[in-house]
Ligand binder design. Structure first.
Ligand code: CO
Length: 210
């Protein structure tokens, strides 16, 4: 048990060797800098690694992960990542990727106490309240949970779009925000097709919802 961590260090050696075997300059090239086109906002869940499930390599995706892929407007960590990704890295696409079977969503749907994380998960409870009519009409608990997972992604996409950072970027250049859900039991991503790519796409929604 104590040596469990050694597996990671051994794995790292194999990784470095195999990359160098494929391309002697691999790490040298990466050391010049990063120019990723995508910012990934995903769940911390160990089964949803951004690069692995999208068959992308080091340097291709800038990643921010937290429990239940939330975009909270007072989260300095996320806002810093977002600003750096947009203004410095000039990323072109932001992807909020949730996943079915999310423990965070599950926990938010119960009234049990889980600890400090419940304060964080209040944000999902707010999503539930906002869509209560639709959700309470779904009788099967699993299906209701899946729908809340999707609605949570949609709301987080909107939250990204509402940040001053994105609003300012839209004034000067194209930037697309996508909402996806990953199926742990299928390995496949579903595009929820809730893309926001300008101020108008956001106003469409709020004209009716606010
Ligand atoms: Co999750």
């Amino acid at each position: 048990m104590e040596n469990l961590y050694k597996k990671l260090l051994d794995g790292n050696k194999r990784f470095a060797e195999s990359k160098k075997f494929e391309d002697k300059e691999y790490f040298k090239k990466l050391s010049y800098g990063q120019t990723p086109d995508y910012l990934w906002i995903g769940c911390s869940d160990s089964r949803v690694p951004a690069n692995e499930i999208t068959s992308t390599k080091s340097g291709e995706i800038f990643v921010h992960r937290n429990v239940a892929n939330l975009v909270v407007h007072t989260d300095m960590n996320l806002l810093s990542v977002l600003e750096f990704a947009i203004n410095n890295l000039k990323i072109k696409h932001i992807i909020v990727c949730g996943h079915y079977g999310c423990g965070g969503v599950k926990a938010a749907m119960s009234n049990d106490l889980h600890g400090f994380v419940d304060n964080w998960l209040c944000n999902i409870k707010d999503v539930y309240t906002k869509h209560e009519k639709e959700l309470s009409a779904i009788k099967e608990p699993d299906k209701r949970e899946d729908r809340l997972t999707e609605l949570n992604v949609i709301e987080q996409v909107r939250n990204v779009a509402k940040t001053t950072i994105v609003q300012q970027a839209w004034k000067v250049r194209p930037l697309h925000i996508h909402g996806w859900v990953y199926g742990i039991n299928s390995g496949l991503i579903t595009d929820l097709c809730v893309i926001h790519d300008d101020q108008e796409s956001l106003e469409e929604i709020y004209r009716f919802k606010l």
